[in-house]
Design a binder for this molecule. Structure first.
Ligand SMILES: [Zn+2]
Length: 421
């Protein structure tokens, strides 16, 4: 089936060229779009009037955590965390240990709906549920596909709960990779033994994919690596050949030496920055200097709004980063490059947002960046097309019963919070 978008203004995601035309959108995981004129509307089941609206490629979240979806508004942890390791211990590792299959499904359904409503049609996720590992990635994939979002998933393999859990994570990853595009997830250097790291890299090579790992999010990750292995985190990852794939994603990368930055910039691996999460955890500020150009953006599970993430990166970065008007957009769009250059499917040209953007000033190719930083927000996302299929219409999810799902997700949130007490 195809959709006809009538009389909208298409903004090319790379060249930023504005073209006012009718657009024919073809459905499919590798689908295309065509600029057409005077095509009879009666030939199409779906015709959307886009007069006065802007159309561009939809967005990608480069680093998300489905498991954090039910945390909003939950009670305070048993101990007020005094540092990043205590945040993990008393908040996230308490929460993820309570996740069961119903909660995972609810978290995934909500994350997919929230993402799509923000114009994010593709999510790169990093999942953990230590007492519901087997089958967890399938549950997330099924929920995402039901709502209409594309995905690149991984399970966060770790020795933090013992070697048996690490092995379970490896098995889950291998089973999922048999039938799906995915990455091999690792939590972080400080919770991954040499044996597990070696097995994870071996697995990634076997399936010709990359590693997805948190790197030097806090200084303590480096301290642990120096104390335990006598080297820094990136040196350790390099030693185990974890940086050789262009599919590899390194999350955060806040506390790196010049030598480590050089290793990353010379490798094909990608860095993903998560500004708001770093602010929330008080772990430091991202700075792209010396890291090369393979940098994209994520939310780290804080929310599913990439336009918001880009703005946060830009404004916080004015004091701490090399980020500017063109580079904030570049980093925002780099996930497109990461996905397409690595051959991942689900983010072709037939993934689109229709923006109802009421600007008081001229908007064109020449001043796009100013509007991107100061104007465009997710509230402007009116319709969303994922793999050529209309999934959000007038701001509402149309693939599933959004209200009914939200009500059932709340039941799972209450179950989770009760279990955590
Ligand atoms: Zn993360």
């Amino acid at each position: 089936m195809s959709i006809l978008l009538k009389n909208g203004t298409y903004i090319h995601p790379e060249t930023l060229k504005f073209t006012t035309s009718d657009i024919l959108v073809h459905e499919g995981i590798i689908g295309k779009i065509e600029f057409v004129s005077q095509v009879p509307e009666s030939k199409f089941e779906q015709v959307i009037d886009c007069t006065g609206k802007y159309i561009t490629q939809s967005f990608v979240c480069g680093h998300h955590h489905v498991y954090s979806a039910l945390s909003r508004g939950m009670g305070a942890p048993k101990k007020n965390p005094e540092n990043f390791n205590e945040v993990l211990q008393y908040v996230w590792w308490t929460l993820d240990k309570c996740m069961d299959v119903e909660m995972i499904e609810a978290s995934a359904l909500y994350t997919a709906m929230a993402s799509l409503k923000n114009g994010v049609t593709f999510v790169i996720d990093h999942h953990a549920s230590p007492f519901a590992i087997g089958g967890s990635l399938d549950i997330i994939a099924t929920a995402f596909e039901k709502v209409g979002a594309s995905h690149l998933l991984c399970y966060e393999i770790s020795d933090r709960d013992g070697t048996e859990k690490a092995l379970e994570g490896l098995v889950e990853t291998a089973e999922f990779l048999e039938d799906n595009q995915a990455l091999v997830g690792l939590h972080a250097s400080f919770t991954v033994s040499d044996d597990t790291l070696q097995k994870a890299v071996r697995l990634s090579k076997h399936y010709d994919t990359g590693i997805h790992i948190h790197v030097a999010e806090a200084e303590s990750d480096q301290q642990h690596c120096m104390d335990t292995y006598g080297m820094r985190v990136i040196e350790r990852l390099q030693k185990f050949e974890a940086l050789k794939s262009s599919r590899t994603i390194l999350g955060h990368c806040l506390h790196l030496s010049e030598k480590e930055k050089k290793i990353i910039s010379k490798s094909p691996a990608w860095v993903v920055q998560n500004t708001e999460s770093n602010l929330n955890n008080k772990v430091g500020y991202f700075n792209a200097a010396g890291l090369g150009s393979n940098i994209m953006m994520g939310t780290d599970g804080m929310h599913s709004d990439m336009l918001r993430s880009a703005k946060a990166a830009f404004f916080v970065g004015q004091n701490f980063d090399t980020i500017g008007y063109d580079s904030v957009y570049q980093r925002f769009r780099n996930a497109d490059k990461y996905l397409t250059s690595n051959g991942f499917k689900g983010h072709g040209p037939n993934n689109l947002v229709v923006l109802d953007y009421d600007t008081p000033t001229p908007f064109n190719q020449g001043n796009f960046y100013g509007h991107f930083v100061f104007g465009l927000e997710s509230k402007h996302v009116k319709h969303v097309i994922s793999q050529g299929k209309l999934v959000v219409e007038n701001g509402k999810i149309i693939t599933v019963d959004e209200d009914k799902i939200l009500a059932s997700v709340k039941v799972q949130a209450e179950r989770l919070w009760a279990k955590m007490r």
